[in-house]
Design a protein around this ligand. Structure first.
Ligand code: BGC
Length: 752
């Protein structure tokens, strides 16, 4: 099992962190050795005549052996896809293509299987060619709010086992672009704003997936932080900031999971497209991170042959415009060394061996939808964040007599995110009278009915529903009920960003009208990410349920009625208003073209523009802290139905370890996520804190536990561009521990 902190950066640690680093290294080595042993046993049982099928050899040795037998044409065949396949009508679908987003034919004479790649950010997209069920998980941003590496690992395992059962041997999920832009249409596919949290959660997700013998990918490398103009925009960002934030998230995830592949993004970074960016690919990813898998382009994100090949791109997707015949010619002309083609093919083959897709290929099977649903519900129960519980109205008492349920098709289902992360709903879109699989860019609701689940919890109560389309109707339904529960939504999708943080479709008006009619109002958010809530302090309770997944309704009902005590904490700051952000509007977004308050198609902009991140690393909580702005709800924040107290901080500078006691001061059992932040010595010139570690702890009523949190040296380091490496600044580090980034009752010092 992968866990928080079990990764190695390859960077220098100072003497006081060395003890901790050695422990971490030993654990990782033991884990890897143990799992390699299991594979070896199987290998010995498998008789083969091909020497590269000898599982006692390393993936690199095995790849070299096959490579030596391959013709140039066979190598070239591995470094590009076969076209858009099922993604575009009238495009041929080759034999062997399982119907996913990508396909690379294998080399049967050498025992190399086809690679079938499936989008699977929050569940398997499109299932297999002939349409099979797959589990819709909560959004990854939601899952990141669990701060639970085991939940992330389970998340990946669900996707891995379903991909495998459907005949896929590669996932193209694993999104970890940090939330610089809270209005980004794809935030629900990512893991929030902090590099340590996002990298740890995504790394564990990919670890869980690859343990199922399915190749994992991490994307979109890098800085694909908005959809507006994603194909033409140029991110301007200094190296120090990108290494300490956006690229650090990738670094951590890659070190945890060793994914088979990295998908480079559509945008440019400091002048070069990400898929032909020597600095990002060769310098940082392959050299500094020691990444040994392959780099594949986002779909039509390749822009050249020679430049891309020399800059580190290993595979063009989904077609062969640049890495097919054109690459063969470039090699013949001496513009690309033949060794580079060998390196590309080697990276692909070694990943196939390393993950096990050659030794243990997928076997079509009926996946278990029931287990998938249980797992999705469990993850959602850990992901929901209780943002407000003003008068203690929550949890709802089972004896409640009347409940008014309002909005967001809560009578029939829960919302899902769109784009290439869209999972097909079983039985069709429940919010659409015609059902069907839904169209790109149109909201799809899954059959998990909050109304039904709430009725089950309060069988004696009268539970009425109003769709929220007409405010007067909603008000009439809410009036006189013991409690009004308003589900509000913000549909988000690849290819477009939200115009604002405001809820679309006049839902702010709806909530305010309901509150005026019934002071006992609770709001459940089904959103892609942070939204502003001008009414927030007028309602009794707020739950952030994200896109809740197929077990969403049960999870929400369990939290509303207290069968589950909420424990999630925000993986991203909820700002009060757009104006408080580093960029008050999405850069390049033309409001004239947008429908106010709704997401608008924007990725098809063709005129290049810069997105200048002058804020450097200061986004999310680092921005709000350093600008002394009050967020609506801070990073790391989340309530429980019990309360926790923090005491007795001890800092062990030598081990880079922080200990303290957390006490459950209520009488209900609950889980607390205890967070530890550091402020760097003055010489670093920073005026914000950084998350450096955390621990989830389950405590019965009145129970205390002494926790030890190992701090992560890299999150306490600065990237020295002159030395081109991370260094730990000398001096005193302020250590802060507590329940959120804005509430850190324990303060200590860690000295070098
Ligand atoms: C998306 C990728 C996705 C690919 C294949 C692209 O538009 O950016 O995330 O994996 O399509 O569907």
């Amino acid at each position: 099992m992968y866990r928080q902190g079990q990764w190695q950066s390859g960077e220098r640690a100072s003497k006081w962190c060395r003890g901790a680093r050695r422990v971490v290294t030993a654990v990782v080595v033991v884990m890897l050795w143990a799992s390699a042993g299991a594979v070896r046993v199987k290998a010995q049982q498998k008789k083969t005549v091909m020497p590269w099928m000898d599982q006692s050899l390393s993936p690199d040795q095995r790849a070299d052996l096959v490579l030596a037998q391959m013709t140039e044409a066979e190598k070239l065949q591995l470094v590009h896809g076969t076209g858009w396949g099922v993604l575009r009508p009238d495009t041929p679908v080759p034999a062997g293509d399982n119907g996913g987003a990508g396909f690379v034919p294998g080399i049967p004479r050498l025992g190399i299987p086809d690679v079938n790649l499936a989008d699977s950010a929050v569940g398997v997209r499109m299932a297999a060619l002939h349409g099979r069920y797959s589990t819709l998980l909560p959004s990854t941003l939601g899952a990141a709010s669990s701060w639970d590496a085991d939940a992330a690992y389970l998340y990946g395992a669900v996707i891995g086992r379903e991909l495998r059962a459907q005949g896929y041997n590669m996932s193209i999920g694993g999104g970890v672009d940090l939330m610089r832009e809270p209005r980004n249409g794809r935030n629900f596919e990512y893991a929030g704003e902090d590099p340590l949290l996002a990298g740890t959660m995504t790394g564990n997700l990919i670890g869980g997936l690859q343990a199922q013998r399915v190749m994992g990918d991490i994307k979109h490398y890098a800085l694909n932080d908005q959809e507006t103009g994603r194909n033409v925009l140029n991110v301007v960002l200094d190296k120090k900031s990108m290494r300490e934030s956006d690229l650090l998230a990738f670094q951590i995830a890659i070190a945890i999971a060793h994914p088979a592949a990295v998908m480079c993004s559509y945008n440019k970074i400091n002048g070069d497209f990400a898929c032909e960016n020597d600095y990002a690919l060769n310098r940082v990813l392959k050299k500094d991170f020691g990444f040994r898998g392959w780099v594949l382009s986002d779909w039509e994100g390749t822009h050249s042959t020679v430049k891309a090949a020399l800059s580190g791109l290993d595979q063009e997707q989904p077609g062969s415009k640049y890495f097919g015949e054109a690459l063969r010619e470039a090699i013949a002309a001496g513009q690309v060394p033949a060794a580079r083609l060998n390196d590309m093919a080697h990276r692909i083959l070694r990943s196939m061996f390393a993950v096990g897709v050659i030794d243990d290929p997928p076997v079509a099977a009926v996946m278990d939808p029931f287990q998938g649903r249980i797992d999705a519900q469990h993850i959602e129960e850990e992901s929901i964040v209780l943002l407000r519980n003003a008068g203690g109205l929550l949890p709802l008492r089972p004896g409640i007599k009347s409940i008014a349920l309002i909005g967001s098709h809560a009578d029939v289902g829960v919302l899902s995110g769109g784009g290439s992360a869209q999972v097909d709903p079983p039985g069709g879109n429940v919010a659409d009278p015609k059902r069907g699989n839904g169209e790109w860019g149109k909201p799809v609701y899954f059959p998990s009915s909050p109304l039904q689940e709430i009725r089950k919890k309060a069988p004696e109560a009268s539970v009425t529903y109003a769709d929220g389309g007409k405010v007067e109707e909603a008000v009439a339904t809410a009036k006189g009920a013991d409690v009004a529960i308003v589900f509000v939504n913000q549909y988000m999708s690849e290819g477009r960003d939200a115009a604002t943080l405001s809820l679309p479709d006049h839902q702010d008006v709806l909530v305010s009208a309901v509150v005026a009619a019934n002071p006992n109002t609770i709001v459940v958010l089904e959103t892609g990410g942070p939204v502003s809530m001008p009414w927030h302090n007028t309602v009794e309770g707020i739950l952030a349920a994200w896109y809740p997944g197929i077990g969403g309704a049960q999870a929400i009902a369990n939290i509303l009625f207290g069968d589950i005590n909420p424990s999630g904490k925000l993986a991203a700051t909820f700002p009060a208003r757009d104006a408080d952000l580093p960029h008050p509007g999405v850069t390049g977004f033309d409001p004239a073209k947008a429908t106010p308050g709704t997401p608008d198609g924007a990725s098809d902009i063709t005129t290049p523009f810069d997105v200048d991140y002058t804020e450097g690393v200061r986004f999310g909580y680092k921005w709000f802290d350093s600008e002394h702005k009050e967020p609506l709800y801070p990073f790391g924040f989340g309530l429980s139905y019990t309360t926790f107290a923090y005491s007795n901080l001890q800092v062990d500078s030598g081990r880079c370890a922080v200990s303290f006691i957390v006490t459950n001061t209520g009488d209900r059992a609950g889980t607390e996520i205890a967070e530890v932040y550091v402020e760097l010595p003055e010489s670093a010139g920073e005026n914000f804190k950084r998350l450096a570690g955390w621990q989830r702890v389950e405590l019965g009523g009145g129970q205390s536990r002494n926790l030890t949190v190992m701090l992560d040296p890299l999150t306490m380091s600065i990237f020295d561009t002159a030395k081109d490496s991370f260094i730990l600044p000398k001096g005193s580090y302020r250590v802060l521990a507590g329940p959120s980034s804005r509430e850190t009752p324990l303060v200590g010092t860690l000295d070098e």
